[in-house]
Ligand binder design. Structure first.
Ligand code: FNR
Length: 188
């Protein structure tokens, strides 16, 4: 059975290395996963005063999550934490109170950085938010990617065999995780 995966990129940069990583992940993913980006760049800053009148961009975000069987977060680390744009998107999707879009949704977390710890602390911050939002995260394998532009190409090609095998295994495990969660907690 095909599963729809909505993916969120934590960077708004047009040159984002995490966007490149997203293409590499999609290229090696099992055929029964279908990917759609869930954009976060046009969201206004979250304000609870708007909980009774969600802006169109925030409603579109919640609709896109509702239409997804699973979510994949591909994010940089900013100042050892979550990029503000991604946190803002999570805040919108988690509200209004009682309408948390992440409840029981299978989710994966991965990220690329130029630094040696490969977004480990940013991912830890993100995992804390997703735990509170009751998303069903894949906790292993973890994936902390130190980005090398000669290995990870915008075309989705991964030129290093070990790196490609690692991403392939990560996506196979993600598919299995999604299957397991959806068996117990079907969407829709
Ligand atoms: C960074 N960068 C960074 N890298 C890291 O490993 N740990 C960090 O805490 C930070 N902090 C940080 C803050 C801010 C505001 C910026 C702009 C950058 C560097 C970061 O890894 C690099 O810019 C990546 O290219 C960001 O990913 P995208 O935007 O290319 O996907």
């Amino acid at each position: 059975m095909t599963h729809k995966v909505g993916y969120l990129i934590g960077s708004l940069s047009k040159d984002s290395i995490n966007r490149v990583l997203s293409q590499c992940l999609i290229a090696v993913a099992p055929d029964d996963l279908e990917f759609t980006e869930i954009p976060i760049g046009d969201l206004p800053l979250y304000n609870r005063d708007l909980d009774d009148a969600y802006p169109a961009e925030a409603t579109a975000l919640k609709d896109a999550i509702a239409a997804s069987d699973a979510l994949l977060f591909i994010t940089p680390e900013y100042n050892r934490s979550i990029p503000g744009a991604l946190k803002n998107a999570i805040d919108w999707a988690s509200r209004p109170w009682g309408q948390n879009s992440f409840d029981h949704v299978p989710a994966g977390v991965i990220g690329a950085s130029v630094g040696a710890i490969g977004t480990a602390l940013g991912q830890q911050s993100l995992r804390g938010c997703l735990s509170f939002c009751n998303a069903r995260q894949m906790t292993a394998p973890e994936a902390y990617i130190q980005f090398d532009p000669e290995v990870y190409l915008a075309s989705g090609e991964v030129t290093d065999a070990d790196s490609k095998a690692f991403l392939t295994a990560y996506m196979a495990e993600f598919r299995d995780h999604v299957e397991r969660v959806l068996t117990v907690l079907p969407r829709g």
